[in-house]
Design a protein around this ligand. Structure first.
Ligand code: SAH
Length: 395
């Protein structure tokens, strides 16, 4: 097997089981490795670190999968990893209910770098973001079919990933029946239509499931603003838990159209309204109009991909906090979500502190939350802990 030898003093992260070996850490490749080949990775002085899959077209030159020299990366290896991932969701978390939506496999968090599998009712939706796994997709599909009874397995090609990994992928069926235009899932009693073929990501933001539930418990009788609402995630759960009035805002016409249909589906169109607009503009208009809310939820998209654009991303948060605090009644609640992994929790809290001080408001953090447990955080790959959710009391 081809050996990849690391630079002296560059091996520590990989001995500590981080799975991404960038080109800069590599001293030499002994032998030839085609893209997608299994290689073994060694320290400069000949200690085995792990087996991985090589890709010269990616900045992540080797993705590591097995740190045990006796466990090789073969068909059975992937099957065992899938069994492990599925056991967590089905046997530990008991998410295996009819009509449910949850993440079955979460890439590095399940020690399967480059593979995401979401289950929506009777369909599985797969994202492949590593060339080595694209090449082995037959193995993965076969194991999934066997381990999770389903009607079909559909591939959603992640935007931009083709270029990053040298993969040529299109959305489409990998196995079984085509999913219908919309699937229905039930989350803590709320029915959501999900378009797995045309929606964002694989169709729904499953990572926010428990945050939607937790926040909804604080919304009974309240006037709620759900900014960046997508297809109505937080808004509809708040409505179901008895919010007096809910306004959801999102910039995507498709998302708002589905949100409106979801409101009808849950008999909530009397209290939950949706508006297609830019959140920054619409919040500024609501401030101008003197509107006030008891609860403001902010769940913006990723604002930065790397540390270099974090300052700009934080300026976005500063603007949002400014607007949200002015819309909140004294004693109101701010829910601030952040899925930008490269922003640190303390950076976000610092911006909120500064904004609150500038506006002479006192803020308590009631809860620092993270993703739902079907999106576990691998200690050895901190990037898997990207989602932050602050529940704050604003005086
Ligand atoms: N809270 C949602 C998920 C939000 S994802 C849920 O629980 O399902 C982020 C959303 O922000 C996307 O739906 C995207 O369409 C929207 N978005 C991004 N930039 C926006 C902007 N400037 N104004 C309004 N919506 C925006």
């Amino acid at each position: 097997m081809t050996r990849v030898i690391l630079q002296p003093r560059k091996a520590q992260p990989f001995l500590a089981r981080h799975p991404w070996v960038f080109a800069g850490a590599i001293a030499q490749v002994e032998g030839t490795a085609a893209d997608g080949d299994v290689v073994s990775v060694f320290t400069h002085d000949g200690r085995f670190i792990a087996y991985g899959i090589y890709n010269s077209r990616s900045k992540i030159r080797v993705r590591l999968y097995s740190w045990d020299q006796n466990i090789h990366i073969d068909r059975n290896f992937f099957r065992q990893r899938l069994i492990q991932a599925i056991q967590l969701r089905h046997e530990v978390l008991r998410l295996n209910q009819p009509e449910s939506g949850y993440r079955l496999v979460f890439s590095e968090a399940d020690f399967l770098s480059g593979l995401v599998v979401d289950r929506y009712n009777e369909w599985l939706v797969v994202q492949l973001s590593a060339l080595g796994l694209v090449q082995r997709r037959e193995w993965l599909v076969e194991a999934l079919r066997e381990l999770v009874p389903c009607r079909g397995i559909y591939l959603r090609a992640e935007k931009g990933i083709g270029q990053l990994e040298g993969i040529d992928l299109q959305d489409g069926l990998l196995w079984g029946e085509e999913p219908p235009g919309e699937l229905e899932i039930v989350e803590h009693g709320v029915r959501y239509l999900v378009s797995v073929t045309a929606g964002q990501k694989t169709g729904f933001y499953l990572d926010q499931r428990e945050n939607r539930w937790c926040v909804s418990q604080l919304c009974t009788g309240k006037r709620v603003l759900d900014a960046f609402c997508y297809t109505g995630g937080f808004a509809l759960q708040a409505g179901r838990q008895g919010a007096a009035e809910v306004l959801g805002i999102d910039g995507s016409e498709g998302a708002i159209a589905l949100a409106q249909r979801n409101a009808v589906l849950n008999s909530l169109s009397g209290t939950v309204r949706f508006d297609c607009a830019d959140v920054f503009d619409r919040l500024a208009e609501l401030v101008q109009a003197g509107e006030r809310y008891d609860v403001v939820i902010l769940d913006p998209p990723k604002f930065a991909r790397s540390r270099t654009t974090v300052p700009e991303a934080l300026r976005g948060y500063r603007r949002l906090y400014h607007l949200a605090l002015r819309l909140l009644v004294p004693g109101g609640l701010l829910v601030s979500c952040c899925c930008t992994g490269v922003i640190l929790p303390e950076e976000l809290e610092e911006v909120l502190t500064q904004t609150a001080v500038a506006l002479r408001r006192d803020v308590h953090i009631l809860e620092r939350r993270g993703p739902a447990p079907d999106h576990p955080i691998a200690l050895t790959c901190p990037e898997t802990g990207y989602l932050k959710c602050l529940v704050c009391h604003v005086l």
